[in-house]
Design a protein around this ligand. Structure first.
Ligand code: F0G
Length: 466
């Protein structure tokens, strides 16, 4: 028998309802496309029993400090739900009646000091929360454990998603763990082989569609109305609830001493929405006393949120034809743009864009720190540099970057960068020479001691100064 999870007297997972983000319609259930039955906008999960003065009435008498110590205490437990860095925080998640969670021990991701990148960006305190250290190598696992558990609980045989690669890898793994089948829709030729190989290995039915991510997502939305498949994109609000725990765990790792600024990449904008929701809820529940700024960084070629804010004041979505080597965020019509706009407004964060070259440079700098990440994650450091130059991030501020994907997710990008042909034949080609000091191309030699010694000597002369 598995060990049982640590409950705490008076602390219980929360009852929830669905709430439309636009017309505020409340409902106890959601249609398969997770759209509001009245206005068609997105739904979010809300907890009507929570009140501003503390925890829910069902958990009355429980203070923020009790919650913090319960969560800490669970680190000593070996029950599956407590070993999960997501379900450990289950009081802030929707209650799962049967308590059976589909888990790969997600979450529990490291927070790294980044002294070299701090110097480069010009800030005194910089750290990175590495969500790429999750079981399938991206932040998606935190949301997927919750969405897959609820799909399993509801008895679905098939779960499905549209993806730029990471969602599909994660969903396929959790489907397999939960005994469900999975259907993946990805844009043909536009996702990395690593991510595609994960979906195949975890047993998904994988369709490479001749369209982009936005086309895949549109098709999925129609499919779920016609076939008994359950959609697990971040339109599914259970995903958002799981992804909230990134922010809770971050605060715990910082001993509840808030950073001034959190910086996250923006694609379909589910993650920024989730982090923002967590920050607001933690403030309302008295777990934190103020809000850090949450800023979203996009690639210049996939900058729908940047344009939506600059050209339409955040009132209507300005979609784009997305193009970037950071295939994870190659998204032109982000589904959660309204949620992200609200989060930026509530926390006072900024929305910036970075070029392909700025992103490639930042990725190499994160790699040189011994951390590494996939290209989409590196927009955070590139964006931070811009925000410092603009004076938006002030001297002395404590900044946390959210690295969303593992270095091994896109080896082609890394190898092409170091070989020097990442931007061959593109307008960025000439700018690449400026990055030559960061490049470490592989060296082919005859297998002799002399050759290796000569190479070592040469490299020692050009070693980067510490
Ligand atoms: N970083 C990585 C590594 C991603 O895979 C994604 C999104 C993002 C950032 C952007 O996050 O969409 O919540 O704003 N990947 C999705 C996918 C779309 O299908 O894997 P977002």
């Amino acid at each position: 028998m598995p060990p049982s999870a640590i409950p705490e007297p008076g602390v219980r997972p929360s009852d929830f309802r669905f709430h439309c983000i636009d017309c505020s319609h409340w409902s106890d259930s959601a249609s398969p496309d997770y759209r509001c039955p009245r206005c068609g906008d997105l739904l979010e999960i809300s907890y009507p029993e929570w009140n501003k003065s503390g925890m829910s009435s069902r958990a009355s008498g429980v203070s923020a400090n009790d919650l913090k110590s319960t969560w800490k205490q669970r680190r000593l437990s070996s029950a599956p739900a407590d070993l999960s860095g997501v379900w450990r925080f289950r009081e802030l998640l929707p209650a799962l009646n049967d308590g059976h969670v589909v888990t790969l021990r997600e979450g529990n991701t490291p927070l790294y000091e980044m002294p070299q990148c701090a110097r480069i960006a010009g800030v005194p305190h910089l750290s990175a929360k590495h969500q790429g250290m999750n079981p399938t190598g991206s932040f998606k696992d935190a949301g997927m454990t919750v969405a897959a558990s609820f799909a399993h609980h509801a008895g679905y045989r098939w779960i499905a998603c549209a993806s730029t690669g990471n969602t599909s890898a994660s969903m396929a793994a959790y489907a397999a763990r939960g005994g469900m089948r999975s259907l993946v829709l990805v844009p043909e030729g536009k996702i990395s082989w690593s991510k595609l190989s994960q979906a195949l290995d975890y047993g998904a039915v994988t369709c490479q569609l001749r369209t982009d991510f936005d086309g895949c997502l549109r098709l999925l939305q129609e499919l779920v109305l016609r076939a008994p498949v359950h959609q697990l994109n971040s339109i599914n609000p259970f995903r958002i609830e799981g992804q909230k725990t990134l922010a809770i765990e971050l605060m715990e790792q910082m001993d509840w001493q808030l950073p001034d600024h959190i910086i996250v990449p923006g694609g379909n904008l589910g993650n920024s929405s989730a982090i923002g929701k967590a920050l607001l809820e933690m403030r309302d529940l008295g777990l934190i006393s103020r809000l850090p700024k949450l800023s979203v960084i996009q690639a210049e070629g996939a900058n729908a949120l940047v344009r939506t804010l600059r050209e339409a004041g955040g009132k209507r979505l300005i979609g784009v034809n997305a193009e970037t080597r950071a295939t994870a965020i190659r998204i032109g019509n982000p589904a959660s743009w309204k949620k992200a706009v609200r989060v930026l407004e509530a926390t006072g964060g900024a929305c910036e864009q970075v070029s392909e070259v700025e992103m490639a440079q930042a990725k190499a700098e994160i790699g040189a720190e011994g951390i590494g990440c996939e290209p989409a994650s590196a927009v955070t450091l590139a964006g931070l540099k811009k925000l410092v130059k603009q004076g938006f991030v002030k001297a002395g501020e404590r900044v946390v970057l959210i690295l969303t994907g593992n270095l091994l997710k896109d080896p082609d990008f890394t190898i092409e960068f170091h070989r020097g042909d990442l931007f061959a034949g593109t307008p960025h080609e000439s700018t690449m020479t400026a990055l030559s000091t960061l490049r470490r191309p592989p060296i082919v030699l005859d297998a002799t001691l002399d050759e290796v010694l000569r190479t070592l000597e040469q490299a020692d002369k050009t070693a980067p100064s510490g």
